[in-house]
Write a protein of this length. Structure first.
Length: 158
């Protein structure tokens, strides 16, 4: 089975999660960072996994645009979402704020794959926001391997 994983990332956590998922899936898997390269077509892929991080409460523009442009094609495939963000309970909410219930509810799953905060990759204003909003003052490495494994099992069972 051919799987397309498309994702958008700012500091790399979502990319690391996408790569981990790709290594656990059976069949051919192609990964695209939507901030660098958009796949020409979803033809030839039976499964599509869509991943994003959340930055300042917003999904990446490239991620939103890709899904809106390809919404009808996605509905004809097996697809799933994963989100990397600081607030696990808001992961699905961020998707619902940007996409129809039909597209979110039609997914095989919406999974939270954790978060990473790496201070050296952040600008001063980003650090200040993290301290004020998330009350975080140090690196956080919390990519959820168990969730990624569960996602791979669900996808491979399709």
């Amino acid at each position: 089975m051919n799987t397309l994983i498309v994702y958008a990332t700012k500091h790399g956590a979502t990319e690391r999660a996408a790569k981990k998922l790709s290594e656990k899936l059976n069949g051919n898997v192609d990964c695209f960072n939507l901030k660098k390269n958009i796949p020409e077509s979803m033809d030839g892929y039976e499964r599509v996994v869509l991943g994003t991080s959340v930055y300042a409460g917003k999904l990446h523009k490239e991620f939103v645009e890709f899904i809106k442009k390809n919404e009808e094609k996605l509905k004809k495939k097996e697809y799933a979402f994963f989100v990397c963000c600081g607030f696990e309970t808001k992961a699905e909410t961020y998707l619902r704020e940007n996409f129809s219930d039909e597209i979110v509810d039609g997914a095989l799953f919406v999974k939270y794959f954790g978060q990473e905060i790496v201070w050296k990759k952040m600008k001063l204003y980003e650090r200040a926001a993290m301290i004020m909003v998330a009350k975080v003052k140090k690196d956080v490495h919390d990519i959820r391997d168990k969730e990624i494994e569960e996602a791979a099992e669900i996808l491979d069972a399709v």
